[in-house]
Design a protein around this ligand. Sequence first.
Ligand code: SF4
Ligand code: SF4
Length: 317
Amino acid sequence: MEYRNLGRTGIRVSRLCFGLLTIGPLQANLPLAEGVDVLKYAVEQGVNFFDTAEIYESYSYLRGMLRSFPGRELIISTKSYAVTAKEMEQSLERARRELDRDYIDIFLLHEQESALTIRGHRAALDYLLEAKKKGLVRAVGISTHRIAGVRGALELPEIDVIHPLFNIKGLGIQDGTLQEMEEVLTEAAAAGKGIYLMKALGGGNLLPQAREALDYAFSRPFAAAVAVGMKARWEVDINVLAAQGQPIPDQLEKLMGSEKRRLRIDPWCEGCGKCAEQCPQEALFLGDDGKAHVREEECLLCGYCAAACPFFYIKVY
Ligand code: SF4
Ligand code: SF4
């Protein structure tokens, strides 16, 4: 496994970052022992970088994995929607408690749309910066699906890390082209920001061309790492090979290409609209029948709507 410096954070990360969204309750909902096993297997293959979020409800898997490797430097990045200092304090304390760790390596403001959104989260960001001074956090940053979000982070020297949506087709970039995203990320990397990508497989939509999509993401010079969701050992094997630029055995590639994931909305949906408000892609709408429906071509299968539904009527499977 190759390791790179994450910008100027002083943190060295494996090129393959294990994305925790997939194994948690918003998606595969693996039993704890099974999820921990996949994570431990990834560590044994050289992965040292793990991306999660408060909304993913996956700290227990990480804690199980961390306990198996005492003393090993494993990098955890998490994120929260906190707006106020108090909310961010609660998010940070929850992460430290549930991960059983004194500090969190990287803490991000989740889904920042622009400089304006970041300004709206200033109190939470300032809390993180204070926590960094106290050694409770090593680096702070944002995650974003937008070019304007990257630009907003670029304006702020105190932002260490950017976690942007990026894939070979530009799927999910909400405010411009793939080329524009590539240009601003190149600028951000040159300014010393640590960049690791998300949605290299378009939330599963690019699985039929997974090899090409992974090659593209791992060959971007501005990206220190690429976060990929994994839920089985064979997926770890594929992504480790892709991260190293090595050929993937046909059998494994076929297995990956045959994976088809979908969003399911239960027919007893009550039409409250909370899921649509949460969707970063504007892929959900309330139909004439008063129920939520998805525009599949817009959906990145992120599962955020599932977390927003008060009745648990949405699943990604
Ligand atoms: S519909 Fe749900 S899973 Fe699809 S992009 Fe929107 S929030 Fe994510
Ligand atoms: S949040 Fe749940 S109940 Fe409300 S519209 Fe969405 S699926 Fe239906």
